[in-house]
Design a protein around this ligand. Structure first.
Ligand code: ZN
Length: 409
C-alpha cells in the first residue's frame, strides 16, 4: 500500500521556504549562492536531518540527499529540482520539485517503508542562471556539458566568480561533479504556462522540450557628446541594440505558436548622462518546438543584425554561448507517470516544456521524465506565480507512487 502525501506539510514547507528572501509582493528572491540561497539550503538540510539521509555535495554546489536501499548494489532512483529563484521569483518554480521530493521521503519515513533501491533527492545549483550564466549550471557541469573549471571562472555582474561565491557561501563540496549511479531521474515542476489550467489537466506528462539557442551580442559604436555631435555622425550602440531587441521580439511573434524569443539582459557603456553610448551588450534567446525552425530564427536574426550594423556604422559581435534540446524524455517513465496518475483518478496531458530544466541534462545520461502541475493563469517568474495546495499535492503523490514502483520494496 502506497503511503499518502501529507498535503498540509508539503504546503507549509513551500510557504516556509518562501520566507527566505521574501519580496514585498509575496514572492522570493534567492539568486544562486547568495546569502538567501545559502539560508534556503541550510533550511532544506535541517528538514532532511530527521530522515537519516546521507548528504553529499559536489564542487559546483549540487546537493545530493541519499536514502539507503535494502539492496546496497542497486543504482538509485533520483528526483528533485532547484531552490534558487530569479530576482522576481515566485514560491513554486523549482521549489515545488525539491520539496515534493522531500515530502516523498518524509511519507516513506513516516510509513516505515524501506525501498530496495536507494533514493536520492537533489537540489541543483544555479538552475535559473540569473546571477551566473548559463542557466542549469549545476546539472550542466555534473553531466559533463560544461567543464568545472570553466564554470568556476564565470562571473556575475559584480565581477564575483562562481568559485568565489562557492567559497564565500561554503557551498563548494568535496565531490567531483560527475554523472551519478542512477537508474531513473524524475523532476516535478510547475507548468509555467496556461495550457493545463485551460484544458483541465491535473498532471502534465512532459514528453520533451523545445530547442533553445542562447546568445550574447556586443554592439560597438563610438563614444561622443549627446549635444554637439550631429545625428548622422553618431554610432550609438544603444540605439542599434534597441533595434536588435525589437527584431528579437518580432522573430518570437512570427514564430508563435511553436516559437519564442526574448532579450532578457542589457549592459550599456558608459551609461553616463551626456554620452552617446558606445558599447552595449545583450543576452537573448530563441526557442522552438522544431530545431530547424529555431535555426531559421537564428539565421534571420543574424541577417537583421548585420543590416543594422551596416546602416548604423557599428560592429555587432555575436557569441552563441549555449543551446539545449530538443530533448525527448524516456517513454517508459512517461508511461509510468501516466499510469500512476490514472490510478489516482487524475487527468493527464502530454506536454512539451518551453523552459529549460535540469532534466534536459539528465536525459542523455539516465532515463528521465518530468511531470508538471498547473500554474494558475500560467504566471511564472513573478511573485503572483501560484499553484494550489491540492495541485502540488497531486503531483507529489504521483511522484511518490512512481518512485516506489521504480525503487521496489
Ligand atoms: Zn525551474
Amino acid at each position: 500500500m502506497t503511503p499518502t502525501i501529507d498535503s498540509d506539510r508539503l504546503w507549509q514547507s513551500i510557504m516556509d521556504m518562501a520566507e527566505i528572501g521574501p519580496t514585498p509582493e509575496g514572492g522570493s528572491c534567492r539568486l544562486a549562492l547568495t546569502s538567501e540561497d545559502t539560508a534556503a539550503r541550510a533550511l532544506f538540510l535541517r528538514w532532511c536531518k530527521p530522515l537519516g539521509l546521507h548528504h553529499d555535495q559536489d564542487a559546483i554546489g549540487n546537493m545530493f540527499l541519499r536514502r539507503a536501499g535494502s539492496d546496497t548494489t542497486a543504482p538509485a532512483i533520483a528526483f528533485g529540482s532547484h531552490l534558487d529563484t530569479v530576482p522576481t521569483g515566485g514560491r513554486f518554480d523549482g521549489i515545488a520539485g525539491v520539496l515534493a521530493g522531500l515530502e516523498v521521503l518524509r511519507a516513506l519515513h513516516d510509513a516505515g517503508i524501506a525501498t530496495r533501491a536507494p533514493l536520492e533527492l537533489v537540489n541543483w545549483m544555479n538552475e535559473e542562471g540569473s546571477r551566473f550564466s548559463p542557466a542549469m549550471m549545476g546539472s550542466r557541469v555534473a553531466a559533463g556539458e560544461l567543464p568545472l573549471a570553466r564554470a568556476l571562472a564565470i562571473t556575475d555582474d559584480a565581477g564575483i566568480s562562481v568559485a568565489q561565491a562557492l567559497a564565500d557561501s561554503g557551498q563548494g563540496g568535496a565531490l567531483t561533479p560527475a554523472p551519478r549511479d542512477w537508474s531513473a531521474w524524475l523532476e516535478l515542476h510547475i507548468e509555467q504556462g496556461p495550457v493545463m489550467e485551460a484544458t483541465g489537466a491535473e498532471i502534465g506528462i512532459v514528453v520533451g522540450t523545445m530547442h533553445a539557442r542562447y546568445f550574447q551580442i556586443t554592439v560597438t559604436g563610438e563614444p561622443s557628446h549627446v549635444g554637439p555631435t550631429e545625428m548622422n555622425r553618431r554610432h550609438d550602440s544603444l540605439a542599434a541594440a534597441a533595434e536588435v531587441i525589437m527584431e528579437v521580439e518580432r522573430a518570437g511573434l512570427a514564430a508563435e505558436p511553436g516559437g519564442r524569443a526574448s532579450t532578457s539582459w542589457i549592459e550599456n557603456t558608459p551609461n553616463a548622462r551626456g554620452n552617446v553610448p558606445h558599447i552595449t551588450r545583450l543576452h537573448f534567446d530563441v526557442r522552438h518546438n522544431s530545431q530547424e525552425a529555431a535555426v531559421a530564427m537564428d539565421a534571420s536574426l543574424r541577417q537583421s543584425m548585420s543590416g543594422i550594423a551596416e546602416r548604423r556604422g557599428v560592429r555587432i559581435d555575436v557569441n552563441p554561448y549555449a543551446a539545449f534540446g530538443p530533448i525527448a524524455f524516456d517513454r517508459r517513465l512517461g508511461a509510468l507517470l501516466r499510469q500512476k496518475a490514472a490510478a489516482r483518478q487524475l487527468t493527464t496531458r502530454d506536454m512539451i516544456a518551453a523552459a529549460g530544466h535540469d532534466s534536459v541534462f539528465m536525459a542523455p545520461l539516465v532515463p528521465s521524465a518530468m511531470l508538471f502541475v498547473p500554474s494558475v493563469a500560467g504566471i511564472t517568474h513573478n511573485p503572483k506565480e501560484y499553484s494550489t495546495k491540492e495541485q502540488v499535492a497531486r503531483g507529489a503523490q504521483v511522484l511518490l507512487d512512481a518512485v516506489l514502483e521504480l525503487a521496489g520494496i
